[in-house]
Design a protein around this ligand. Structure first.
Ligand SMILES: *Cc1c(COP(=O)(O)O)cnc(C)c1O
Length: 414
């Protein structure tokens, strides 16, 4: 395997293993293929949660994406990557006062508020500064649209405010003079692979926003239709076709523009943008058999790639995996496991791979989203892996792996 002409073997020699490598061309293409087809009125926001590496964020920013952040460090990351404060939205159910203050200090486009309590805190902070804080109301809709890996609407959730509760507060805007309510946000779920579900979500969220703006009596300046666009990981799945997404969404966008010529319409994308361009590269340390099953024990595991444990309660489904350093011959089933002392540290179960040997490089493909950031990187004190970005035919380290010193220095003996 090579990325922009650079062999993964070379990368492993230069940066050591295990590491994540991101292909800048693939990341940019994911963004551009959709951007080119979508009605330009729909603004694309990159959700840093999927991959908070500052270089990845900067790449999407340079391609034209705005940023959706959910913590103080994600906010600082987006700013460091060059995203203008006015192109950033901040959401999350448990924002601290420090985070809300940073939103006001930096002048983000909007704080997406998720509870009445948070509205109260932000209102107080804004009034004490003699300003009004721009907010979107995150709604937990009464409806759900089927077809997502994780349904968010129609259920008791810590996210957003229940639709019915908001409709019960016609004086909400009056009650918070420190806030300027710009619009409505809803996020219906993740891993959506059906374009018609994406469009149906958007249509229903816009309809909800219109009804809420009328009920609470504020001018509708923005609707954030969430996102949750998926990528295919497993054999029975196929990737979203960006043209099909555009064909479904563009009529919804055009209708929105016709009804609200001044208003903004936002789409959030994490996994869709970051997922396909990343590979997790591990090196085989030992091969062994146990009860007739073959194991390749590698130097990286679920501590860096928890998602590769797979989904499915009966039959575990594997991420796509490949032997990267040589062609290899006939394939057979392998369990690919990591260095942790738990049987759950299995990143591939019965994966079809060529005969493996110590020193081989095994890659987990499509791993650019929810990799180390969503994994227990401190388990067994292995720390964060290295991250490498290949862009413009050049490979560069965009995060060094944690050192022993990084891991020990925060600890206090006495
Ligand atoms: C997690 C999350 C996203 C990103 O989700 P993806 O499925 O990675 O696109 C966007 N918006 C909200 C509110 C989220 O919680």
């Amino acid at each position: 395997m090579s990325i922009q002409g650079i062999g993964v073997t070379e990368l492993a020699a230069q940066f050591g293993t295990p590491f994540y490598v991101y292909d800048g061309d693939v990341l940019r293409r994911q963004y551009q293929d959709l951007r080119d087809r979508l009605d330009p009125a729909l603004e694309m926001f990159y959700s840093l949660k999927a991959n908070p590496n500052v270089a990845v964020c900067a790449l999407f920013h340079s391609a034209g994406a705005r940023a959706e952040v959910s913590s103080l460090v994600e906010l600082r990351t987006a700013l460091m990557a060059g995203v203008a404060p006015g192109d950033i939205i901040f959401l999350g159910p448990g924002k601290s006062r420090a985070e809300l203050e940073a939103c006001l200090d930096e002048g983000v486009y909007a704080v997406v508020c998720e509870s009445f309590g948070e509205l109260g805190v932000l209102d107080e902070l804004a009034r004490s500064r003699g300003i009004t804080a721009p907010v979107m109301l995150r709604v937990n809709p009464s409806f759900a649209v089927k077809g997502s890996g994780l349904t968010m609407g129609g259920k008791a959730r810590q996210f957003g405010i229940d639709e019915l509760q908001l409709f019960d507060e016609p004086d909400l805007v009056k009650n918070f003079p420190g806030l300027r309510v710009l619009g409505v946000h809803a996020y219906m779920g993740t891993r959506i692979l059906d374009p018609s579900v994406i469009a149906e979500n958007a249509r229903r969220i816009i309809d909800l926003a219109e009804r809420l703006a009328e009920r609470l009596d504020f001018p509708l300046e923005v609707v954030d239709v969430g996102g949750g666009l998926g990528v295919a990981y497993f054999p029975n799945e196929s990737d979203l076709d960006p043209q099909a997404v555009a064909d479904q969404l563009n009529p919804v966008i055009e209708q929105f523009r016709a009804a609200h010529p001044q208003a903004r319409l936002l789409l959030e994308l994490g996994r869709y943008l970051a997922g396909p361009g990343g590979t997790y590269v591990t090196r085989v340390r030992y091969v062994k058999t146990s009860m007739d099953e073959r194991f390749a024990v590698t130097d990286g595991g679920t501590n860096h790639h928890m998602a590769a444990v797979g989904i499915g309660s009966f039959v575990k489904r594997n991420f796509p995996m490949e032997l990267l350093n040589r062609a290899g011959g006939e394939t057979g089933p392998w369990n690919v496991t990591g260095p942790l002392c738990t049987p759950n540290d299995t990143i591939g179960r019965n994966v079809e791979l060529p005969e493996l040997e110590p020193g081989d490089l095994v890659g987990v493909l499509r791993s650019g989203a929810y990799g180390p950031t969503a994994s227990p990187v401190l388990f067994l004190s292995h720390g964060y892996p290295a991250e490498v970005l290949v862009d413009g035919g050049r490979a560069r380290l965009v995060r060094r792996r944690d050192t022993v010193e990084d891991l020990l220095s925060p600890q206090i003996l006495d």
